[in-house]
Unconditional design. Structure first.
Length: 430
């Protein structure tokens, strides 16, 4: 076994501290999201201004697409950083400030009107999503640097579990706020509360200990990001199929965005029940993150993706045939397991295809190439829901989940078991 580098020694020496700080960051971030969830609170805010299922479905789509799209374009810059923390702290401000903007829009809504409110809300959603996207690659690279690979899936899963645990409590509180105050004041209170906890999360993140990597070889004349990306796509067929599965996962889960609205319209659900459904989702994700991240480290993240595809299939099928509101509690549980698999295990698996030098390119490809599907899938789902009904969207999601599962089972291999014997993708041009 090769001796540990100075960076690896630092990571192991400060592992417990960085895990503690990371969990504090995740917990505060979770409370914030509980009061401003992209799955419930923000869609309900938009639903208070429009009846369009397409526009409501755009809320999580813009967030996801904004988070995914910029990551490949930042890969070349990120791969040349000896230290990621400063970039992370500056970029993440832009994914937090927009929540203050949501609060202001909610307060001003009676004066500016619904149309102006919708326009401002979607502008803020775009800003927030892109802020997260420009943060994501350096943040993932920083975590991959300070958390050893044998602990990485467990950390991602545990941090997400802690976040979801706090989301569940905050979501119930948010439900009572929505029910106890008149709109739009109730939304403003939720968004101001979220802003406060996003700020405390940023402070916790700032305490992360990251070493400067003086041994990292940085090319004086780096190739363009697109050339490094193309080289990877040409040589790594296993990773290409991983991208196909990630893209398909967006269509397989496109019905998830409409569960809360469908329950509201079909079964006359009240706001308190919406809060409990959100709590159910986040508790399920808490359990799934803690277990699936650890299991992914032990038996492989591909296996967890297969479990997630099966959960997505069953969740969509149950939503398709649900005869009462009570069915949505297991439906949300299953969707929580599917979301954890796709995001936590999928993100962790993307970091295992290469070493640190190429890792930002793999991360960028895994996220950015998924972005178009992330935007198109809910638009397609919303269009189908508007024209054919929600249950047709759920039925199509179930069928596509089966196709995703087939690719994961029969084609994709675990990265640590599949190493193409070719030259590195990021190489210095002559």
């Amino acid at each position: 076994m090769l001796p540990l580098s100075k960076v690896e020694q630092f990571a192991r020496r400060h592992l417990r501290y960085n895990i503690t700080v990371g969990l504090m960051d995740g917990g505060m971030f979770g409370i914030a999201l509980g009061f401003a969830s992209f799955g419930t609170i923000l869609p309900l805010f938009v639903a208070s201004m429009t009846n369009s299922a397409t526009l409501i479905g755009l809320v999580p789509a813009i967030h996801s697409a904004g988070w995914l799209l910029p990551q490949l374009f930042t890969a070349s810059h990120t791969s040349r950083l000896r230290r990621y923390k400063r970039t992370v702290l500056l970029n993440t401000i832009h994914e937090r400030i927009p929540f203050l903007g949501f609060a202001v829009v909610a307060l001003l809504l009676p004066k500016i009107g619904l149309q102006a409110g919708l326009i401002l809300t979607f502008l803020l959603l775009t800003w927030q999503g892109l802020g997260g996207g420009f943060t994501a690659n350096p943040w993932t690279s920083m975590i991959s640097k300070i958390i050893p690979p044998e602990n990485r899936g467990t950390f991602f899963g545990t941090q997400a579990a802690v976040a979801n645990l706090f989301i569940s409590g905050a979501a119930i509180a948010a439900g009572y706020v929505l029910n106890g105050y008149e709109a739009p004041l109730n939304f403003a209170i939720c968004f101001f509360t979220a802003t406060f906890f996003f700020t405390t999360s940023w402070i916790a993140l700032a305490f992360t200990r990251e070493p400067t990597d003086f041994d990292k070889v940085i090319d004086e004349h780096p190739i363009p990001f697109w050339q490094g990306a193309i080289n990877i796509l040409k040589r790594d067929n296993n990773f290409n199929w991983f991208l196909v599965a990630r893209t398909l996962s967006q269509f397989a889960t496109m019905g998830f965005a409409f569960y809360i609205v469908y329950a509201l319209r079909r079964f006359q659900m009240d706001e308190v029940t919406a809060g409990f459904l959100t709590a159910t989702l986040t508790i399920a994700q808490t359990v799934a993150n803690a277990g699936m991240g650890w299991l992914g480290d032990k038996i492989g993240h591909r296996a967890m993706l297969i479990v997630g595809a099966a959960a997505a299939t069953l969740s969509s099928f149950l939503a398709w045939i649900a005869p009462s509101l009570a069915w949505f509690f297991p439906i949300f549980v299953l969707s929580g397991f599917a979301n954890v698999s796709i995001w936590t295990n999928g993100m962790t698996m993307a970091t295992t295809f290469s070493d640190e030098k190429e890792r930002p390119f793999y991360i960028g490809l895994a996220q950015t190439l998924t972005a178009p599907a992330t935007m198109i899938a809910p638009l397609l789902g919303g269009w189908i829901a508007d024209t054919q009904g929600f249950v047709i969207t759920f039925a199509l999601s179930a069928m596509l989940s089966v196709a995703m599962m087939g690719i994961l089972v029969f084609i994709i291999k675990e990265p640590h078991k599949f190493h193409p014997q070719t030259k590195p993708a990021v190489e210095k041009t002559k």
